[in-house]
Design a binder for this molecule. Structure first.
Ligand code: SF4
Length: 358
């Protein structure tokens, strides 16, 4: 049986058509025809992940308003987290009197106001007006324009935005979001134990979720095989690294389709190479690793205000966790630049001029 909560009220009236990727048993993708309420008859086309749903749950919506607005944001081509963190800041600024109708062209930015949110989506997509233009720039720019306390309310990571789930109680996921290149898809977030296929040489865990020890290593390992999965055109959702033969089957499928003879360790090196190339892209544009914990919207690092994890924050262990992550991935902990021997090991010597020399 299905428990119909307030968040998914009305979903039981919808027509859902599953549209999985070819022969994949995970059956992620789905279409919907909304079957009730003011959006009755509207259609939606969605995939797995559900950050796009949390985008609108986080803005105070429930039920089929969430599916309707998710389809709108997809149609407009706006990245969900980028919009959610900007709009959330605007709503909070409205609630606390820092933003008024003079700068919203009359929109009333109350949580869960569907008409206002749909209008904001349109304005953001077209950079219409003061607020639409700033929402398109991003939450960091909006906070700077609002000034005052808004600088403390904003969520961003280096001007990019973390995926719209509640990551704050989860050290590995938080580390992943912080060290991801702003605006790029974060990868990684390791589990408390190594994948069974790598336990012959990864002998650690189970890690304590309330302590920082071991999580940078776990994250870096997961980041490598997830990058490798993406490089070969695989799908994260279908990759079950926690099952015996989970990682090996990823490598087997690559070898079966290409005729190559790639090992799991070579795949991890390919993932490592991809990580370094992405950070070199940032290095060449002025990024340093210290930005990962210094250029972060304060709300993202605040202690959790209530509930089971009240008071918890990764900030207690920053920058140490960030530093450790860069050290074990062969980069300087402050600059984020790869050491020369890291480049040599990965066959990336052509980027030596961007390496860390000491
Ligand atoms: S797990 Fe990946 S490949 Fe399978 S249906 Fe989901 S998105 Fe498609």
């Amino acid at each position: 049986s299905t428990i119909i909560t307030d968040e998914n009220r009305g979903y039981d009236r919808n027509e859902v058509i599953l549209r999985p990727c070819f022969q994949c048993p995970r059956v992620c993708r789905w279409d919907v025809v909304i079957g009730e309420g003011r959006h009755k008859g509207k259609v939606g086309h969605f995939n797995a992940g559900s950050e796009w749903m949390d985008t609108f749950y986080n803005l105070g919506f429930k039920g089929n308003d969430v599916l309707y607005l998710s389809e709108r944001i997809n149609d407009l081509g706006i990245e969900c987290s980028h919009f959610a963190d900007g709009a959330g800041l605007a709503f909070e600024a409205w609630e606390k009197g820092l933003l008024g109708p003079d700068r919203t062209d009359g929109l009333v930015l109350e949580w869960g106001n569907s008409e206002a949110t749909e209008a904001l989506l349109e304005r953001c997509a077209r950079r219409w007006g003061w607020l639409g233009n700033l929402l398109a720039d991003g939450p960091k720019e909006l906070a700077q324009a609002l000034g005052g306390e808004a600088l403390n309310w904003v969520v961003h990571t280096k001007g990019g935005t973390p995926a719209q789930h509640e990551w704050r109680p989860l050290l590995s996921q938080m580390l992943r979001e912080l060290v991801a290149s702003g605006g790029m898809k974060p990868q990684g977030a390791g589990g408390p134990e190594p994948p069974p296929d790598l336990r012959y040489r990864e002998q650690w865990g189970p890690l304590d979720p309330s302590r920082p020890e071991g999580w940078p290593r776990s994250h870096f390992l997961t980041e490598r095989f997830r990058q490798a999965c993406g490089l070969m055109g695989g799908c994260w959702f279908a990759l079950n690294d926690k099952a015996p033969d989970g990682l090996k089957s990823m490598v087997d499928s690559l070898n079966a389709t290409t005729g190559w003879d790639v090992s799991l360790d070579e795949m991890l090196d390919a993932g490592h190479r991809s990580i370094i190339l992405q950070s070199l892209f940032g290095t060449r544009r002025g990024w340093i690793a210290d930005h990962d914990w210094q250029d972060v919207g304060p709300r993202f690092l605040e202690p959790i205000p209530d509930g089971k994890y009240k008071g918890f924050t990764i900030a207690k262990w920053l920058p140490d966790m960030v530093y450790e992550y860069y050290r074990i991935s062969g980069r300087h902990e402050r600059s984020g630049r790869p050491f020369r021997d890291t480049l040599t090991k990965l066959g990336l010597e052509e980027f030596s001029e961007w390496s860390q020399l000491d």
